[in-house]
Design a protein around this ligand. Sequence first.
Ligand code: PNS
Length: 163
Amino acid sequence: MTRIAIYPGTFDPITLGHVDVIQRGLKLFDRVVIGVAENPNKGPTFPLEARLAMARDTFADEPRVQAVAFSGLLVDLARDQGAHAILRGLRAASDFEYEFQMATMNRRLDENVETVFVMAREDYTFVSSRFIREIASMGGDVSGLVPEAALPHVNSLLKGISG
Ligand code: PNS
């Protein structure tokens, strides 16, 4: 049986913290499917296509990682992809409450999908997509915080273009 995990998120943009979690997931699962949520409620800065492209380009050389867009329930995506696990990363205790609620709700929606948490590497505990957007939009240097493949997209925030 192929062990498949969904790694869901808004990825607005993908960070090296996300990449670290995926690499840890690859030690536990045969395949990791990055689920890029459309998430209009969060009002993402980057269009869905750009968020998807950043994820795909980052893992272009890793055949065990795919990225797909989704707009419905996460458990439905898991079912469609044949995944029995949802992968999430924890940075700090402050992440716990939201993650606990989400994992419990997803278990209520589908008992067959297990949420698995891994701890992000210490170097990335302070990295968040929100800070990256803020720093990039104010002209700060975000290299070393986002994957190389995402840099052109993120730096385009400076010019007010996202794509
Ligand atoms: O990176 P984020 O923004 O914390 O990711 C949030 C995400 C995409 C995992 C969450 O919003 C989600 O699962 N959305 C899909 C809708 C859904 O299934 N909701 C019920 C789960 S509580």
